[in-house]
Design a protein around this ligand. Structure first.
Ligand SMILES: Cc1cc2nc3c(=O)[nH]c(=O)nc-3n(C[C@H](O)[C@H](O)[C@H](O)COP(=O)(O)O)c2cc1C
Length: 230
């Protein structure tokens, strides 16, 4: 399996077929994922669509319901952990999509978000098919090492990430949204940040390090998330 390759061809899948899936593949893969913050407990559950309230016009045969302890940067951690799974699923022909507009019928206070998944033959696209901000708009000085981050999926394609070069890598920021978008995106943009960091990790598996500095620079209209070495 090559997760890195998936970054350049993946897309959110919204057309599925009902073929059965060997769910053990998911449980096995989840043993190998790297968390962003080791101190946060999280869990997932696989649900058939009839156990999920789906508020999108399309639906999938299965949903992952994701749960987490609510500690500092738990939303980034959920994005980081489960985007690794999304890339893995993609690599074995299982389409998937982060879905903010769905939730398990059974209520649970630790519920965070869902991911739809299922077999699909509509999994990939050409590199030219990505609708993303220019690289120059997401960093202080254009740097091709940030292409994996640029291609990450985000809620309503908001792409809230911004990178500033530091002495040994990048300081990572989340753009603050205007008042209209803020209500919708306040829970999802931190998840987007974790997803984007997962792409940086998968693309630089051996060297990736994440830490939160105390002496970071403030950038107007942005919130500091942490710093990476790649
Ligand atoms: C946190 C999050 C929540 C999302 N929620 C939804 C959703 O509710 N419905 C949907 O159709 N797509 C949803 N998406 C998918 C995004 O719309 C999609 O990632 C973005 O438009 C970029 O397209 P791509 O993933 O095909 O590259 C979500 C993505 C993220 C990361």
């Amino acid at each position: 399996m090559n997760l890195k390759e998936q970054i350049y061809t993946r897309k959110s899948c919204r057309k599925y077929c009902d073929d059965e899936i060997d769910m053990d593949l998911i449980h096995e893969f989840m043993k190998s994922v790297k968390p962003l913050n080791e101190k946060i407990e999280y869990a997932y559950e696989i649900l058939p669509s009839d156990e999920v309230n789906v508020r999108t016009r399309w639906s999938a045969p299965y949903y992952l319901a994701l749960y987490s302890e609510k500690k500092e940067n738990y939303l980034e951690n959920i994005g980081f952990v489960f985007q690794q799974l999304c890339l893995y699923l993609q690599s074995i022909g299982i389409g998937n999509c982060w879905v903010g507009m769905a939730s398990p019928k059974k209520k649970d206070l630790n519920f965070v978000i869902t991911i739809s998944f299922g077999k699909s033959d509509d999994l990939t696209r050409e590199p030219s098919g990505f609708k993303r901000k220019d690289l120059s708009k997401i960093c202080d000085v254009e740097d091709e090492r940030l292409i994996p981050a640029r291609l990450a999926p985000s809620a309503i394609n908001s792409q809230p990430w911004y990178f500033k070069h530091s002495s040994d890598g990048f300081d990572v920021y989340r753009a603050k949204q205007n008042i209209l978008k803020r209500q919708v995106l306040k829970k999802w943009n931190p998840i987007d940040m974790g997803i984007c960091l997962a792409h940086m990790y998968v693309a630089n598996e051996d060297s990736f390090e994440f830490k939160i500095k105390t002496d970071f620079e403030n950038i107007k209209g942005h919130t500091y998330i942490g710093s990476i070495k790649i």
